[in-house]
Design a protein around this ligand. Structure first.
Ligand SMILES: Nc1ncnc2c1ncn2[C@@H]1O[C@H](COP(=O)(O)OP(=O)(O)OP(=O)(O)O)[C@@H](O)[C@H]1O
Length: 411
């Protein structure tokens, strides 16, 4: 830092009262010269101060920009593992599990506790403490204390329902049956089949029937939204189920975390691997769990790592296919049950004409038909509404929502 320059001495005018007018003029002349000199010195100092001010202004701008960048820069997530001594913390970075001893600012040192989730920068310095982990939990998991889906709401999956009840409901409701015979109930049930065929419904209905809490976690979200937190969230998922027992854990799109291993060593893959290892280890410790059952679902059975299918893990595989004609009729009836459908609408006919539709697509067809009747200011839904709905859905068939396009029955 440069100090402010000292001011030059102020020139004084010394005139001898006895001096002649010429001498007086000379003195005034000299004085004027001295004043000019001081003026120049002051001007130089002023220039110097101006340029210093300019430098400082630039410095302030630079710091402001840096501050902005710091505020908006991406930070990594970590957990406080230990607080060994005043002002220091051992933190473990999520994703690569690297442990680092880092110095804390006095403000953070006061409030940080072991187990806190924190955001750290490139130099591992803790930038802020994140709100309670339950936030991530709440976002990553859907908890439904009392789901309302009933077995009767599910159309055409009688055999699948029987198997799910045997593998999930019986061990929860009649554990003594298994004890008496001396067999372990199946550990995990894996439902596999195309999208929208009722896999989630099956899991919710069995939770409803057994008065269990339904806890859903989507594998795709674990890898997309909660990067670096996957394995921790899987641990949390099982912990939460323990607290809420009886509980049914439903892992949707399990293929996202349990796909066949690839040779690639990218960190994303490593992270997914860790999440899967955590899931496997939770399942292996499953025997000691009380009333917690686990159901997973996938549309990509072919992609699953065989490790996940070993005995003691997902060892009950249940295929949930697209509904056959009879099932389609039942599903249409279920979804139209509350609707005012004209007598002329023949669901057997409609079921025949909707070959290849999933349960979810049939549900949309019914709702859309109802919308067409409303638009036409009618109180009853007619066959033509179903046809219009069909055409609309086929037109939207390329939409992501439905994935595959609708099969065509209107020529
Ligand atoms: N068998 C069915 N009986 C009645 N309704 C069904 C059936 N299958 C699907 N549906 C309807 O489709 C909706 C979506 O079904 P669900 O979420 O259970 O499918 P999913 O197989 O889990 O799909 P995804 O694989 O896309 O998660 C349900 O809420 C229901 O309205």
């Amino acid at each position: 830092m440069s100090r402010s320059p000292s001011l030059p001495d102020r020139p004084t005018l010394d005139v001898d009262p006895e001096s002649t007018p010429e001498e007086h003029l000379d003195a005034l002349h000299d004085h004027y010269g001295e004043i000019l000199e001081v003026h120049e010195q002051l001007q130089d100092q002023l220039d110097e101060v101006e340029s210093r001010r300019e430098e400082l202004r630039e410095e302030v701008n630079r710091l402001q920009r840096e501050n902005e960048t710091l505020k908006t820069a991406s930070l990594y997530l970590a957990t406080v593992e230990d607080l060994p001594e005043d002002g220091n913390a051992v933190i473990k970075q999520h994703g690569n599990n690297q442990e680092v001893l880092t110095e804390l600012s006095p403000r953070l040192a006061e409030k940080l506790e072991v187990g806190d989730r924190v955001a750290i920068n490139d130099s591992f310095s803790v930038q802020r403490v994140l709100s309670d982990e339950t936030d991530a939990r709440a976002q990553a998991m859907e908890v439904d204390e009392s789901p309302t889906v009933e077995y009767d709401d599910i159309g055409g999956l009688d055999e699948q329902l029987r198997e799910v009840r045997e593998a999930v409901e019986d061990p929860l409701v009649n554990p003594e049956k298994f004890d008496a015979v001396g067999v372990e109930p199946p550990s995990g049930v894996l439902l596999h089949g195309p999208p929208g065929t009722g896999k989630t419904m099956l899991a919710k209905a069995v939770a409803n029937q057994t008065d269990a809490t339904f806890i859903k976690m989507a594998g795709s979200e674990l890898v997309r939204k909660f990067i670096g937190e996957g394995s921790r969230l899987v641990r949390d998922l099982f912990e939460l189920a323990d607290q809420k027992e009886p509980a049914i854990i439903f892992i949707d799109e399990i293929d996202a975390v349990a796909a066949k291993r690839t040779d690639s060593k990218t960190s994303g893959d490593a992270e997914v691997q860790r999440t899967m290892m955590q899931l496997l280890s939770e399942m292996d410790g499953f025997d000691e769990r009380g009333d917690v059952r686990i159901i997973a679902a996938t549309n990509r059975f072919d992609m699953l790592d065989s490790a996940i299918l070993r005995p003691g893990r997902f060892d009950r595989l249940i295929e949930v296919p697209n509904p056959v004609e009879e099932a389609r009729e039942r599903i249409l009836e279920i979804h139209a049950a509350e609707m005012n459908v004209a007598e002329s609408v023949d669901f057997t006919d409609l079921a025949r004409d909707t070959d290849g539709f999933s349960g979810a697509q049939l549900a949309s067809l019914t709702t859309e038909a109802g919308m067409f009747a409303i638009r036409d200011d009618r109180r009853e839904v007619r066959r033509e509404d179903f046809d219009d709905a069909y055409e609309k859905l086929v037109a939207e068939g390329d939409d992501e929502e439905f994935g595959a396009s609708y099969p065509s029955y209107i020529q």
